[in-house]
Ligand binder design. Structure first.
Ligand SMILES: [Zn+2]
Length: 265
């Protein structure tokens, strides 16, 4: 069984990949199954989105609707907790501190945080740390969070030249880091939400539409995924890649169409 690395580029709009010269992510389309019209959740705000990703339920169910953590009224088993119950080792590398509560204590095998998401060069630390961890191949599942594209969106405006320049920088970092993966590593790359002007959180296409890529052995290449994909689908898809059945509480589905063994439509 291989390993899975899930890369989050916070605030990356899909049209930024094509509007700017972001050669790595643009080229990844030819080597992955992907969609540029995957869907965020409402509110399209970072912590609610991440709780949804890691628990495969919408904010209406988990109840976290802003960037302040509180415990869930009716807890849902998260991806990392579920993987641990199946003997899998998970790790987190992240530079935005609010994400520390995505897993209940006692489930991560490795966790590395540095408070760099608000520095424009802060994702270089993420890339460096993740490259080492990926190359060591010690974990079954690794979450790698890049926070600065969102910071650039808030500072310069989404799709502004300053934002797009920053997308190019992070594109390079992600590409360099992914080169550390071996043939047993599957990568999932997506964002949590988009943005417009200097904001996000609204139920409009600019905020709600995200890119979603998957690449690795047993995954189609150059394939545009036709099935609707949402943030809720990442956890069941990671589980499937690791040979673990989805948790019954999860509401998302495996992005089955991305797998080479899925029936052609
Ligand atoms: Zn975000």
């Amino acid at each position: 069984m291989g390993r899975v690395v899930f890369i989050m580029v916070d605030g990356l709009r899909p049209d930024a990949i094509t509007a700017t010269d972001a050669p790595f992510l643009d080229g990844l389309r030819a080597r992955s199954a992907y969609t540029l019209v995957a869907c965020s959740v409402m509110p399209s705000v970072t912590l609610p989105c991440h709780v949804s990703i890691f628990h495969s339920v919408p904010p209406a169910r988990h109840g976290i609707t802003d960037n302040t953590w509180h415990s869930m009224a009716r807890p849902v088993t998260g991806l990392v907790e579920h993987l641990k119950a199946h003997g899998k080792r998970s790790g987190f590398i992240y530079n935005w501190e609010q994400l520390r509560d995505l897993n209940r204590p006692g489930h991560l095998h490795y966790s590395c945080f540095e408070d760099t998401a608000y520095s424009m060069d802060g994702d270089e630390w993420v890339a460096r740390t993740a490259t080492e961890q990926i190359a060591s191949a010690k974990l079954d599942f690794l979450f790698v969070y890049y926070g600065t594209v969102d910071t650039a969106g808030h500072a310069f405006g989404w799709m502004s030249e300053g934002y797009l320049q920053h997308v190019r920088l992070v594109d390079t970092l992600v590409g360099r880091m992914m080169a550390a993966g071996d043939a047993d590593t599957t990568f999932i790359v997506h964002s949590d939400h988009g943005g417009h002007e200097r904001d996000h959180g609204h139920d409009i296409p600019a905020d709600m539409t995200i890119p979603w890529f998957i690449t690795g052995r047993g995954i189609k290449t150059g394939h545009v995924i036709q099935q609707p994909v949402s943030l809720l689908d990442t956890a069941p898809t990671v589980a499937r890649l690791l040979g673990v059945p989805p948790h019954p509480d999860w509401e998302g589905v495996v992005v089955a169409e991305a797998f080479t063994d899925s029936p052609e439509k």
